[in-house]
Structures are given as structure tokens and as C-alpha cells.
Design a protein around this ligand. Structure first.
Ligand code: IPM
Ligand code: MG
Length: 365
């Protein structure tokens, strides 16, 4: 079965890192006979420049039809004056919302070879392997009412709404419990039920689902601020963390830094399977468009390459190939090959394309 992949490199370093992913996919097609049809389109600022919108209707249509989407990054200072609803990030949010990619999986794994790249002590992060499951299509990102209004007294007022329904909570909690069953069977659910009603509901619904269907998994609850603190104090206490859209945004950036570099972390955004079993899915690195280093050929392509490995695993069921690609990345790191973002003092650094070369060489070996 040939898989249709839509590649959306986006802005900044997106195109550079996605070019390396393209080479990796070509290798798997040529050497392992994997059937893939790859099409490419624009999203974000570059799409705005071409179409006047950050996600053109035709691109959205292609995204719906694809078996999986691989996205680079969106945004940059060039578009800082663009109207709010047309900014590059709006294209990404629209894609998440329109495809209902409600489950965002953000693994944070510390590779032994990169232990020194973390700002935390080696003993705190050695062997770390946690999975943040972030709700991605609801909460304060999308809640109504929202906006900026001018009050009768001339003062301005900005409003966003944090909102969750039972079904939204249950479906993301289910993803977390299912994942935990394949890992160390531990879920920590994070909210702020001490100050927010949506947090109270979140805690109650997760607790009920756990009792009814997932009693074999160990469930704990934590306030999100405490979780932020515990991630630095003792990150290895966690296995799967499930949380809402905004807390997940913050906690996953924090967790990524435990591993040393944002340049290493992939992510998957999954929807619900339809009647035919097809599940909308998008894979992207956690890092942004990094405009400061865009075009210099020094960006780390590993987060994007590891995102392709997640696509093999979660969308296509190509487990041996996912394992092979992840092992290739690990062996490149073990060989001391580093882009600047993950380099320890004294190690020679390579650029984006040379890192791609190294991964291809490791796949050959
Ligand atoms: C992320 C990013 C996005 C978010 C931005 C680019 C809209 O920070 O994927 O974590 O806030 O969700
Ligand atoms: Mg973020």
C-alpha cells in the first residue's frame, strides 16, 4: 500500500531540515521498497506570501487526503505585522483544528551520547524517557469568547476562554492511558483544579475513566505549576503526562530542554480514526522556525528525521523501519557527530546536510 505523504516545510529552517527528511524517505523507498508518494506545499509565512493566507484551501484539501503530513516550522519576524488571523501560526492552528488532531504526543528522551548537552546534572536526566500527551484542539487556544474590546471608560480588555467538555477530556485521557499500557503504566494528569473549574472537571473525568477502564494503570494528579517544578527536580518520576493545550505547550518546551536541545525532539499530532480506520496525523519537530539561523545550513535536522520515524510507527505501522531510523540517529550521536546546538566543547560540528549524510551512512551500515 503506497502512502501519500504531504510535506509542508514551512518557514525559517523548516525547508532546510525537511530537505534532509526527504533524503531519508528516498532512502527507505529505494533500499527498503517502502511505497510513498510525496507531495510538497506551502504553509505559514511563505504561504501567506504566495496566497495571502497561511493555509490555502487547496493545501488543506491535500492535508485531508494525505495519509500523513510532515511539517517543518512556521513563522518569523518577516510576518510580525501581518493581521492576527493571517499570521503564519494561524495556518498551523487551523490545520490542527480542521483535521481535529486532538492528541499531541511529545516524547522527551535523553540519549546517552547527549547527556552532557543537558543543563541538568547527568544523574537527574540519564535514561529519561517521558511522553507528554497534550490536548491540541481545544482549551484556551480555541475557546470562545475571545478578542480585544474597548470598554466604555476607554480601557481595553483582552479575553480568552479556557473550556473543556467531557468528551474532549475523555478522548485525550484515553490516548494517555493506552500509551501508558505500552510503557511503564503510569499516567500523571496535570491541571489547575485549585483555581479553575475546567481543571476540576478535567480531574473528575480522568479519575472516572481510570476507575472504569484503566485501573491497571497507575494514575496520579498534579497541579501544572507543581509539575513544572517536578520536571526539573526529578523528571524520572514521570512516564506519561497528560494535560491541556496551554499547560502542554509550556510543559513540553520545559521537558524538551531536559534533553539538551529543542533540536532533537519530534512530535506526533493524531486525530480519531474514521470508519475505514484512517487516522489523520501530522508529524513535526517541536522546535520553531529559528529565523536567527535560517539559511545558514547549521540547523539540526534530527528532530524532523525522528518525526518521520514517528510517522513510520504511528501512521504506517512500519515498526522495523522506525526502529532502524531511530537507531541510525543514535549511532550518529554515539559517533560524536554534532550540529552546533548539541555540541559539547571540543567536539567538531557539522552542518544540516552533513548531518543528513551521517544518518544515511548509518542507515547503510
Ligand atoms: C507549539 C508551538 C505552537 C503552539 C505555536 C507555533 C502556535 O509553540 O507547537 O508548541 O503554541 O502550539
Ligand atoms: Mg510550543
Amino acid at each position: 500500500m503506497t502512502k501519500n505523504i504531504l510535506v509542508l516545510p514551512g518557514d525559517g529552517i523548516g525547508p532546510e531540515v525537511m530537505a534532509q527528511v526527504g533524503r531519508v524517505l528516498d532512502w527507505f523507498a529505494a533500499k527498503r521498497g517502502l511505497g510513498m508518494t510525496i507531495t510538497q506545499d506551502l504553509i505559514g509565512g511563505c504561504a501567506y506570501d504566495r496566497d495571502g493566507v497561511p493555509l490555502a484551501p487547496a493545501t488543506l484539501k491535500a492535508a485531508r487526503a494525505a495519509d500523513a503530513i510532515l511539517l517543518g516550522a512556521v513563522g518569523g519576524p518577516k510576518w510580525s505585522k501581518v493581521a492576527y488571523d493571517k499570521r503564519p501560526e494561524a495556518g498551523l492552528l487551523m490545520l490542527r483544528k480542521e483535521l481535529e488532531l486532538f492528541a499531541n504526543l511529545r516524547p522527551a528522551i535523553v540519549f546517552d551520547a547527549l547527556l552532557e548537552a543537558s543543563t541538568l546534572k547527568p544523574e537527574v536526566v540519564r535514561g529519561l524517557d517521558i511522553m507528554i500527551v497534550r490536548e491540541l484542539t481545544s482549551g484556551v487556544y480555541f475557546g470562545e469568547p475571545r478578542g480585544i474590546e474597548t470598554l466604555p471608560n476607554g480601557e481595553r480588555r483582552g479575553v480568552n476562554t479556557q473550556v473543556y467538555t467531557t468528551s474532549e477530556i475523555l478522548r485525550i485521557a484515553r490516548v494517555a492511558f493506552e500509551l501508558a499500557r505500552q510503557r511503564s503504566k503510569k499516567v500523571c494528569s496535570c491541571e489547575k483544579s485549585n483555581v479553575m473549574e475546567s481543571g476540576i472537571l478535567w480531574r473528575e473525568e480522568v479519575t472516572k475513566l481510570h476507575a472504569a477502564e484503566y485501573a491497571d494503570v497507575e494514575l496520579s494528579h498534579m497541579y501544572a505549576d507543581n509539575c513544572a517544578m517536578q520536571l526539573l527536580r526529578n523528571p524520572k518520576q514521570f512516564d506519561v503526562i497528560v494535560t491541556d493545550n496551554l499547560f502542554g505547550d509550556v510543559l513540553s518546551d520545559e521537558a524538551s530542554m531536559l534533553t539538551g536541545s529543542l533540536g532533537m525532539l519530534p512530535s506526533a499530532s493524531l486525530g480519531a480514526a474514521d470508519a475505514s480506520g484512517k487516522r489523520p496525523a501530522m508529524y513535526e519537530p517541536i522546535h520553531g522556525s529559528a529565523p536567527d539561523i535560517a539559511g545558514k545550513g547549521i540547523a539540526n535536522p534530527l528532530a524532523s528525521i525522528l518525526s518521520a520515524a514517528m510517522m513510520f510507527r504511528y501512521s504506517f505501522g512500519w515498526m522495523p523501519e522506525a526502529d532502524a531510523l531511530e537507531s541510525a540517529v543514535e549511532s550518529v550521536l554515539n559517533a560524536g557527530i554534532r550540529t552546533p546546538d548539541i555540541a559539547q566543547p571540543g567536539l567538531k560540528t557539522v552542518g544540516t546536510a552533513a548531518m543528513g549524510d551521517a544518518v544515511l551512512a548509518a542507515l547503510e551500515a
